[in-house]
Design a protein around this ligand. Structure first.
Ligand code: 16G
Ligand code: MG
Length: 550
């Protein structure tokens, strides 16, 4: 029976000691904090990823070093499971325990317990593929991660600087290589080829769309956009902006999907660039989120967020399923979170089954797996479409009885190739949106008019201890602190189409308040009044109480 190489682990672990005052938590998006304090965490994540691979008989596990839309000085790391999905929840705890072991000895002791309890067969091989975004702290953190892999004797494959969704793609492609479910060639080039080939088939015969402005958030999306452009040729012209991926301080700064979604504004760098009627989109720092926008004829900024993308894409897929003659066999469903705009939920729920789940990609992804075709999007622009194995089988075996059915079916099959089904993917989602717009001949304004967004406002309240805030009903209601929910309900009822909820953030030390109402001033007022209730509840400093003039 093989055992851990304790001496080697000790020697390497001693090079990455944990600072005693730090505490780490594997949260919704993995470990995420200042890049400068993550060294010990990276080493330990390397060890854990290597063990997880052994647990799966040597299947490849992914590790992505990124802090997504956070400021440049932050960094983070998350693990990717063999099918290209987020790490299974029970292992999030193991990651947290390992990361917080105070000394090398304590760390080794935790490892031994883990190996024993999880019955990890150490004689199995171990393979890990890893990548990072463009953050300045990335290279050193990857070196620490590599020490962790070395400590277990894992075989590492460095995917270099790449997007989060490409790393997810690689994991699935590596693990399905040579099987009947082969996901694609296991290289970045394979990914580019797969997406662009499907895109070209889907838009064949359609007039070329107007060039699309792409805000790359000064991040790793820059290189992905440049690469895909080579493959797309003149089928879609991309005009990349915010491409200063190596300039200090530029990443996600006044640009990118998170900036656009939270400020509901055009990045200042695109003022004067985006012309009325023209479409643009913003990626986030690791290119797994996308938000579209356009200027109306009066030059007003209009945002097309994850909810609008879900509505556009779901309607298109439903149409194709019908035209392929499969409407009795395949049901399309939607997954949203409480942040979905009430306008979108109303529009979608009158047409399709809609499920609301807690914030965080893993919740949406798992819920979407229960549909034949599951469309999931967070309002913040993270989302994708999942086709169940049975659905894929139906696509492969269905015999169309008319040329129109055959066209519908082919489009569906090409969509399964275009869409990155492992995780939300800005590049793949962008191509998906462009396909639908080309098929429908929609302008941004026509797409936007599918339904009207209710005005909404997001406010964050800094509290001493966010763990006292507990929710139920997919985070739409508070159960603790007691009594607060009924005060929120009393307020909300006074506003036309008023809706508000409060939840603790999974990524920051704050409580988030969301409110929407029929009219803009009321949505703002409701948000600030609910934030005020939260603030009073925790006995905050009255001078820092949120108010509508903030
Ligand atoms: C993370 C989640 C994202 C969620 C956000 C909420 C993943 C990969 N990312 O970024 O889905 O919307 O957290 O943040 O799961 P919050 O809990 O701070 O509001
Ligand atoms: Mg991201």
């Amino acid at each position: 029976m093989a055992s851990l190489s304790i001496d080697l682990i000790r020697k390497l672990a001693d090079r990455h000691p944990k600072a005693s005052h730090l505490r780490f938590q594997y949260g919704t998006a993995g470990f995420r904090t200042l890049g400068s304090i993550l060294d010990s965490v990276m080493f330990r994540v390397g060890v854990l990823a290597a063990l997880r691979s052994k647990r799966f008989d040597g299947k490849t596990i992914g590790v992505m070093v990124t802090a997504s839309h956070n400021p440049e000085h932050d960094n983070g790391v998350k693990l990717v499971d063999p099918r290209g999905e987020m790490l299974e929840a029970s292992w999030e705890n193991h990651a947290t325990v390992l990361a917080n072991a105070p000394t090398t000895d304590a760390f080794i002791e935790c490892l031994e317990i883990l190996v024993k309890n999880l019955r990890i067969d150490l004689s199995k091989p171990s393979r890990v593929v890893y990548g990072r975004d463009t953050r300045p702290t990335g290279a050193a953190l990857v070196a620490s991660l590599e020490d962790g892999l070395r400590a277990i004797g894992a075989e590492g494959r460095n995917a270099g600087i790449t997007t989060t969704p490409i790393l997810h793609y690689l994991v699935r492609a590596i693990n399905t290589k040579g099987t009947k479910d082969e996901y694609g060639e296991d290289s970045e080039e394979g990914y580019m080829k797969k997406l662009s080939t499907a895109f070209k088939k889907l838009v064949a015969g359609k007039p070329a769309s107007e060039p699309l402005i792409v805000d790359c958030a000064n991040g790793v999306g820059t290189q992905a956009v440049a690469e895909i452009s080579q493959y797309l040729g003149d089928t879609l012209q991309l005009l990349p902006y915010n491409t200063a991926a190596s300039s200090t301080g530029a990443l996600n700064n006044a640009c990118g999907a998170d900036f656009v979604k939270t400020t509901q504004k055009l990045p200042p760098s695109l003022h004067g660039v985006l012309k009325p009627g023209q479409r643009g989109c913003s990626f986030d720092g690791d290119a797994d989120r996308i938000i579209y926008f356009y200027l109306d004829e009066r030059g007003h900024f209009c945002m097309l967020d994850g909810d609008k993308i879900a509505a556009l894409v779901a309607a298109f897929i439903v149409e194709l399923v019908k035209s392929a003659g499969l409407e009795n066999k395949i049901k399309v469903g939607i997954v949203q979170t409480a942040y979905a705009n009430g306008g979108s939920t109303k529009y979608l729920a009158s047409r399709l089954p809609v499920k609301c789940v807690a914030t965080g990609v893993k919740h949406l992804h798992h819920a979407a797996e229960h549909y034949d075709v599951g469309v999931y999007f967070e309002a913040n622009g993270h989302g994708t479409v999942l086709f169940s194995p049975d659905t894929l089988h139906i696509f492969q075996t269905h015999q169309p009885s008319t040329p129109a059915q055959s066209t519908g079916l082919n489009h569906l099959i090409n969509l399964t190739q275009l869409i990155n089904q492992t995780v939300g993917d800005a590049l793949s989602d962008m191509l998906l949106v462009e396909v639908v717009l080309a098929h429908k001949s929609y302008s941004g304004a026509e797409w936007d008019s599918l339904y009207v967004d209710l005005p909404n406002r997001l406010v964050k309240v800094v509290v001493p201890d966010r763990s006292i805030f507990k929710t139920e009903d997919a985070e739409r209601r508070l159960v603790s602190p007691p009594g607060l929910q009924s005060k929120i309900d009393d307020l909300r009822r006074r506003y036309e189409a008023g809706r508000a909820f409060v939840r603790p953030s999974g990524t920051e030390d704050v409580v988030r308040v969301y409110a929407e109402a029929q009219f803009r001033p009321q949505a703002d007022e409701l948000a600030y009044r609910v934030a005020g209730l939260v603030y009073d509840e925790v006995g905050g400093d009255p001078s820092k109480r949120p108010n509508e003039f903030m």
